[in-house]
Ligand binder design. Structure first.
Ligand code: PRP
Ligand code: URA
Length: 213
């Protein structure tokens, strides 16, 4: 079956990512391994999405003489959506240790599926940085759309989304609301079920990360 494509959505098909995502989806994968896999996938994906990150020319002295090199000078802010986005932070910070981290607490109301925001703490200089919003699941996109609405209110205007699994319905909704935001995902699945879960997906990401069924 041919997969649908969208201009501002990149599917990271690297086999190392895809194999780990397959292990994470497996219902036999327990909390410890699931957590490790989510961190590893996030780190690998962050490597890919920072491919075009701006650099400045610098010069260092090797033991044998001067050498031209680069420095990544633009600030970066990671914004995990609690809870499940937290599972991706450490993995990305291993790659980008100087990134700031803003936290957004948003959960979906179980009956309405509408996002409820309960926490918002952003770095003061976020508007001067590139922002990566992280959440493993892009389902109806209510949570990510609300998160980006809040982030844009700070003045930030360079925003990317990093997720593991997305539903086509959610992608449509997110890019309609925020056409300027680039979305990076490891998979676009078939659909949402009647409860707003991604099928086949990987289940409830927060519950699988934190052992709260
Ligand atoms: C999950 C997930 C996303 C959201 C995706 O969080 O981590 O934030 O659902 O769904 P949406 O695209 O339809 O908004 P959840 O609401 O389960 O919160 P929790 O991690 O705090 O339990
Ligand atoms: N949130 C999840 O954790 N999983 C889904 O499939 C949808 C929303």
């Amino acid at each position: 079956m041919t997969q649908r494509t969208w201009p501002n959505v990149t599917i990271i098909r690297h086999p190392v990512v895809q194999e780990r995502l397959t292990w994470a989806r497996d219902k036999r994968t327990g909390v410890e391994q699931f957590r490790r896999l989510v961190g590893q996938i996030a780190r690998l994906m962050a490597f890919e999405i920072t491919r075009d990150y701006p650099t400045n020319a610098v010069c260092v002295e090797t033991p044998l003489g001067p050498c031209d090199g680069v420095a990544m000078t633009r600030g970066l802010t990671l914004v995990p959506i609690l809870r499940a986005g937290l599972g991706m932070v450490e993995g990305i910070l291993q790659l980008l240790p100087s990134a700031r981290v803003g936290h957004l607490g948003i959960y979906r109301d179980h009956d309405t599926l509408k996002p409820v925001t309960y926490y918002n703490k952003m770095p003061p200089d976020i508007a001067r940085t590139d922002v990566i919003v992280i959440d493993p699941m892009l389902a109806t996109a209510g949570s990510l759309t609300a998160a980006i609405d809040l982030i844009k209110k700070t003045g930030a205007n360079s925003i990317k989304v990093l997720c593991l699994v997305a539903a086509p319905e959610g992608i449509e909704r997110l890019i309609a609301a925020h056409p300027d935001v680039a979305v990076f995902t490891a998979a676009v699945d078939e659909k949402l079920n009647e409860k707003g879960y991604i099928v086949p997906g990987l289940g409830d990401a927060g519950d699988r990360l934190f052992g709260t069924t």
